[in-house]
Design a protein. Structure first.
Length: 278
């Protein structure tokens, strides 16, 4: 039988767009095990799915992953992991900023650092109930409307995060992870130790690691954008990696390559060329 593949992008209603930029609905069939390597990021992945289950594996520790689930939350990760599935899977994916996820999930992200957790293990059971309603909905527009209603209710019921922490997060994002944690602490009027403690608790990672991940995400986006603009085969491109490193705030090319190894499990050249990472 022919594989069935579908991807539908939905925009949240206007009041949610400061928190969620899009919903991604998907349906895919894998007749043989489909294994993907997922890069690290200072964001939270929420999958609400039905159909074929999957495994999430962190090669650094089996305890950080989850097996045979169709829906899960992955907290902020500072290393790559893999997903594996076989069969027909369907669901919705959301990428949430850490402080938005903290409000939606109702728990500090320090409890989810480098962990994938099935939604059934999270408090309240509301995500599991939402998953069932999404599965029963007849089409994607009505699924996205259900997400709008559920997320708006969660955000309305949750207190805002500390305004200083929110400002610190936006400061790092606006600079693409550049600028220095010491400078950030000084501008906040916090000690570096206090800043690190608050980030670990609420974001899930210390600010220095969060900044590294933001630089890495910037570098990946820059490479993807340059590749798309070139209109040529990736394998034939010549890239000035030192220039990319400097533009994205790395001390030198070796630091760029180090972060790609840690966060993506491959060199930037291998990712750009589309070569296997394992």
């Amino acid at each position: 039988m022919t594989p069935v593949d579908e991807m539908v992008v939905g925009l949240p209603e206007a009041r949610l767009r400061p928190f969620v930029d899009r919903y991604i609905g998907y349906r895919e069939r894998a007749d043989v095990p489909l294994v993907r390597r997922e890069t690290a990021g200072v964001f939270v992945v929420l999958i609400l799915g039905w159909g074929a289950p999957l495994d999430v594996t962190d090669p650094r520790s089996a305890e950080r992953g989850v097996r045979m689930v169709d829906s899960f939350v992955a907290g902020t990760f500072d290393g790559w992991c893999t997903t594996r599935t076989v069969g027909v899977g369907e669901g919705v994916e959301l990428l949430l900023s850490p402080l938005t996820a903290r409000r939606v999930l109702g728990l500090p992200l320090g409890e989810l650092t480098n962990r994938a957790v099935g939604v059934g293990q999270l408090p309240g059971g509301w995500l599991d109930r939402l998953r069932c309603r999404l599965a029963d909905a007849p089409d994607w527009p009505r699924r996205f409307a259900l997400l709008d209603t559920a997320l708006a209710a969660r955000l309305a019921a949750s207190p805002p995060v500390d305004a200083r922490l929110d400002w610190a997060w936006r400061w790092l994002v606006a600079r693409g992870g550049q600028g220095g944690v010491g400078t950030l602490a000084t501008e906040l009027g916090w000690s570096r130790r206090h800043l690190a403690a608050r980030f670990r608790q609420e974001v899930g990672l210390p600010p220095k690691t969060a900044a590294r991940l933001l630089r890495f995400q910037h570098a990946r986006a820059a490479l993807a954008g340059a590749d798309a603009a070139s209109g040529t085969a990736s394998a034939g491109r010549v890239v000035d990696w030192a220039e990319v490193a400097a533009r994205c705030g790395y001390y030198d090319q070796s630091h760029l390559i180090r972060d790609f190894h840690q966060f993506a499990g491959a060199t930037p050249a291998a990712l750009l060329a589309g070569r296997p990472t394992s």
